[in-house]
Unconditional design. Structure first.
Length: 158
């Protein structure tokens, strides 16, 4: 699973997924996600959702970006393919919520250790929590970020 997957981006469900520490510049958007759902997708061809524990959604060459508070970049073209992503924002700021994205390329980037599950991954304090708190924190700090994503975000970890 340790490769970018450009196919099936429109078959990814982020509604119940958690995200934090979003990277955004004038050209690129990278969203670290826990709990993305996939169906009819290269990772899972079935028609019932399976959930990825740790993965990144990467959008390169942004042409249009709208979030809940308004348009941040560009104008929506009539013939463009818009991707819709959201989920549960774990950041204190609610600025980057409910993404509408048009870009040159988009792909899912799982980690080498990414696991698929029939049940939702819960990274927050709850009786349903099924992920290690330290591992979740490391993921959102970028410590598990693949080098290819690190180059896009210019993030350096120790």
């Amino acid at each position: 699973m340790d490769q970018p997957i450009p196919d099936g981006v429109d078959e990814i469900d982020s509604f119940d997924a958690y995200y934090s520490n979003v990277y955004l510049d004038q050209r690129n958007l990278v969203i670290p996600y826990i709990g993305l759902g996939v169906t009819n997708h290269p990772l899972h061809h079935g028609d019932r959702l399976k959930y990825l524990d740790f993965a990144y959604m990467v959008f390169l060459g942004l042409r249009y970006l709208k979030v809940r508070r308004g348009v941040l970049l560009g104008e929506k073209a009539e013939a463009s393919d818009i991707f819709y992503f959201g989920g549960i924002n774990l950041d204190p700021s609610a600025d980057l919520v409910d993404f509408e994205i048009d870009c040159d390329s988009a792909f899912l980037r799982p980690l080498a250790t990414t696991r698929l599950s029939d049940t939702i991954w819960v990274p927050v304090e709850s009786p349903l929590r099924n992920l290690d708190q330290a591992k979740v924190a490391a993921f959102f700090r970028g410590e598990m970020m693949p080098e290819s994503i690190r180059l896009v975000t210019n993030r350096i970890t120790k």
